[in-house]
Ligand binder design. Structure first.
Ligand code: NCD
Length: 357
């Protein structure tokens, strides 16, 4: 199978190959101008997006390919009740690669299991967002010259911020990376991510103070509070302005700290910061397109990128109400072994015994 659902599917060596290809595309775009000639990419976006969708479209077009797709599921058969499995089978007849964004955790995995062409996850619910992570990694690599030995601060909505989850999963693969997790209590990492960190994969600490964390950081990853995932609107209003990075706060950081943000920003970063040389969030956008070009080439022309091995167990259930396995009738409940635990194959939440549900 060829798909990218989350970063752990790629080895550190494969990530490096993608970064090398992206840098080569940047230096010699003419070499790549026809690589996807006569190929078609389909964007299936069931959730709003500007950057990610247009970045994929620009990437495919810059490789000489063409694009089809939708950016609003209300105008599609999903609104008539079509399953993700059926839509994926149908779109496989029209396109050579599928890019899916969906509000349900794990939806692109269902697409990958049913499509006959490669599927790329462009963000699934609050779960993960691997191609944003590829953009983040290339930006860090280009700014710092390395991915090892960095102290990385994540600030804001660590609970619902899928870009945070995928980037932490990626950074765990590098040596001596330290995490500082900066968030209000209510927006700390979800339990499945915390369990992963507690299993000792990397050094980490939590704080609610951006000012305390800033002086030690090589990378500061700011995030938007994910309004659309809050069940309680009043809680969103209370938390929405938890952290605002301005020039005064940034003066606490090292002269070479690199400030990232997956965008869109609401007001987490004051616009005055944009002209500071440490602001790298617009560079991430350019790097995102290059990495998506490299990924399309890798998936359409390269070897398989398999999903982790899964198993069925009628005695287990996934406890996550936002998981695709709880809403799509045709989805077979499956589990994986990861970090010493049995987890849902689609959303990574720790499985629970059926009798405890
Ligand atoms: C992010 C996303 O969709 O998760 N945006 C993006 O793809 N660059 C972050 C966000 O929406 O806050």
């Amino acid at each position: 199978m060829k798909c990218l659902i989350d970063i752990p599917q790629l080895s550190v060596g494969e990530i490096k190959e993608l970064m090398d290809t992206a840098i080569d595309i940047d230096s010699h775009p003419e070499k790549y101008r026809e690589r996807m000639k006569y190929k078609r990419l389909a964007t299936l976006f069931y959730e709003p997006s500007t950057r990610t969708r247009l970045s994929f479209e620009a990437a495919m077009m810059q490789l000489g390919g063409s694009v089809i797709g939708f950016s609003n599921s209300e105008s599609t058969s999903a609104s008539k009740g079509e399953s993700i499995a059926d839509t994926s089978r149908v779109i496989s007849c029209y396109a050579d690669v599928i890019v899916m964004r969906h509000p349900k955790d794990g939806a692109p995995t269902v697409a990958a299991l049913n499509a006959s062409v490669p599927v790329i996850n462009a963000g699934d619910g609050g779960h993960c967002h691997p191609t944003q992570t590829l953009a983040d990694l290339l930006t860090i690599y280009r700014e710092k010259g390395r991915l090892d030995g960095l102290t990385v601060g994540f600030c804001g909505d660590l609970k619902y911020g899928r870009t945070v989850h995928s980037l932490i999963n990626a950074l765990a693969r590098y040596n001596n990376v330290k995490l500082k997790l900066i968030s209000p209590q209510e927006l700390r990492l979800p339990s499945y991510m915390r369990q992963r960190l507690e299993s000792g994969i990397m050094e980490w600490e939590e704080t609610d103070s951006l000012e305390d964390a800033l002086p030690s950081l090589d990378i500061l990853y700011m995030t938007r509070i994910q309004q659309e995932r809050f069940a309680d609107h009043d809680e969103y209003i209370r938390l929405k302005d938890s952290y605002v990075l301005n020039l005064k706060k940034l003066s606490l950081a090292k002269p070479d700290t690199c400030v990232l943000h997956p965008l869109p920003r609401v007001n987490e970063i004051d616009v005055d910061v944009d002209s500071d040389p440490r602001a790298c969030y617009f560079k991430q956008v350019e790097n995102g397109k290059l990495m998506r070009m490299a990924l399309i080439l890798r998936l359409v022309d390269g070897d398989d990128v398999p999903l982790p091995e899964s198993f069925s167990d009628p005695g287990l259930v996934c406890p996550n109400p936002r998981c695709v396995c709880s809403s799509e009738r045709s989805v077979e409940k499956k589990f994986i072994f990861s970090d010493g635990e049995k987890r849902c194959f689609y959303c990574d939440h720790k499985a629970i015994a059926l009798e405890n549900k």
